[in-house]
Design a binder for this molecule. Structure first.
Ligand SMILES: NC(=O)c1ccc[n+]([C@@H]2O[C@H](COP(=O)([O-])OP(=O)(O)OC[C@H]3O[C@@H](n4cnc5c(N)ncnc54)[C@H](O)[C@@H]3O)[C@@H](O)[C@H]2O)c1
Ligand SMILES: [Zn+2]
Length: 385
């Protein structure tokens, strides 16, 4: 037998920027960010839901690029966004057809403006059209600005499974434009903050204390406080992806997925009626209480986390937790098996050792987790009655 191994190393630059009004005249962020030497083309995708809030956006984009030498805007395409856009490949196909129609090539840029779901679909088209076109993401929800938009994944759902088809692809840049944050529905605006809470719990206790101290302003959606939370969270997520040693998730330790095994299952069990942010809120509450029950985290610290979630007016519990399979076992526990499968064999779930520090465990005791669900149910029902 003969053969040889080769190491292929490719390095990526992950550019994360924060601004307000990226397409306003005089805002130099984009013209400085893009390479303009080769007379690149730019194709912009915007999700249709934004039209009513930003009726001038298309004209602004046209005016902006009219002034930037070395860049030619080929078009602005409006496509459907939201979770609906990921259900099948129709929006993906429309995006791909637009990439072909506008003669976008590997020296061009694709820009995508929308919520996390829209970024996922168009990002998948950008990653696969011509085997990869440079992508600039403009996330427009709290969740996509403080978490998913700065990530390196994209995809659509298939076979009833979330993100079954997709690719890892580092975007050319992510521009968090704060002008988009303040038109979201109130719940969407608030629910995305759970990812900031999550990343603080696994990475930065001081950030958690800041979120705790500012919970009332955040709940009231004070603009400056919301923007600071989003910026700090986005940088934590990007730092973990760039420096955490596993950007394409080959290992089994997933700190950024804290509270997510139950969350993903709850989203599915409610047919996505429960948004990602709300589901993560329930998942974080349960895994935090569980860590206290098994003696990893102090009861006082767990209580502080639950209080912050309550102050943000996000859920600690959801009735889908009560759904049972034919053997009388909570259906949410299937999420553990799916998580194990997803990791490729060994179950690894991150729990909290303290506020700001996670610890990997390889088993969840269902009886104790059950008790946590019951305790949170009683707590929620006591408040609402
Ligand atoms: N790729 C990843 O790493 C990753 C990570 C986490 C989540 N996600 C995905 O992100 C998606 C959830 O993203 P999301 O929470 O941003 O929700 P979303 O994209 O579904 O958007 C929520 C709703 O808000 C609307 N909207 C978006 N921006 C708006 C604005 N500025 N003003 C008014 N309305 C606006 C959308 O049209 C939609 O109806 C899920 O599909 C999830 O799987 C991806
Ligand atoms: Zn998440």
């Amino acid at each position: 037998m003969t053969g040889e191994d080769f190491d292929i190393q490719v390095s990526f630059r992950h550019r994360i920027r924060f601004t307000r009004g990226a397409f306003s005249p005089g805002n130099k962020l984009l013209s400085d960010l893009l390479e303009t030497r080769g007379h690149s083309k730019v194709l912009v995708f915007v999700e249709t839901g934004l039209k009513e809030f930003f009726p001038e956006l298309e004209a602004q984009i046209q005016d902006y690029f009219g002034e930037v030498a070395g860049i030619r805007l080929t078009g602005v395409e409006w496509l459907v966004g939201g979770e609906e856009a990921k259900r099948d490949d129709s929006v993906y196909q429309s995006a791909m057809a637009a990439i072909e129609k506008h003669h976008i090539d590997r020296h061009s840029y694709i820009m995508v403006i929308g919520g996390g779901a829209f970024l996922d679909v168009v990002g998948y088209a950008a990653a696969t059209g011509h085997r990869g076109v440079r992508l600039v993401r403009f996330p427009t929800t709290t969740l996509s600005q403080d978490d998913s938009g700065v990530g390196v994944k994209n995809g659509i759902n298939a076979f009833g499974k979330k993100n079954f088809i997709g690719a890892f692809a580092v975007p050319y840049a992510v521009v968090n434009d704060f002008q988009f944050l303040h038109t979201q529905p109130e719940l969407t605006r608030r629910a995305g903050l759970i990812e900031a809470v999550k990343v603080s719990l696994v990475k930065d206790g001081e950030f958690f204390e800041w979120l705790e101290a500012n919970a009332a302003s955040l709940c009231a959606l004070d603009e400056a406080t919301l923007e600071e939370a989003v910026e700090r969270s986005a940088i934590h997520h990007a730092r973990h992806i760039a420096l955490g040693g596993d950007p394409f998730e080959l290992g089994s330790s997933r700190p950024l997925d804290y509270g997510h095994w139950a969350a993903h299952k709850l989203e599915q069990l409610t047919d996505f009626e429960l948004s990602h942010g709300e589901a993560v809120s329930v998942g974080v509450a349960l895994d935090t209480l569980y860590a206290a029950k098994v003696g990893l985290l102090s009861a006082d610290d767990a209580e502080r986390v639950l209080c912050v979630i309550e102050q943000l007016n996000l859920p600690l519990w959801h009735e889908a937790l009560e759904l049972l399979d034919s053997k009388g076992r909570r259906r949410v526990f299937n999420g553990l098996e799916e998580f194990r499968e997803h990791l490729g064999g060994e179950l690894t779930v991150l729990l909290l050792a303290s506020l700001g520090k996670g610890i990997d465990v390889h088993e969840i005791e269902e009886k104790i987790w059950d008790d946590c669900a019951e305790e949170l149910k009683s707590r929620v029902l006591a408040v609402s009655s």
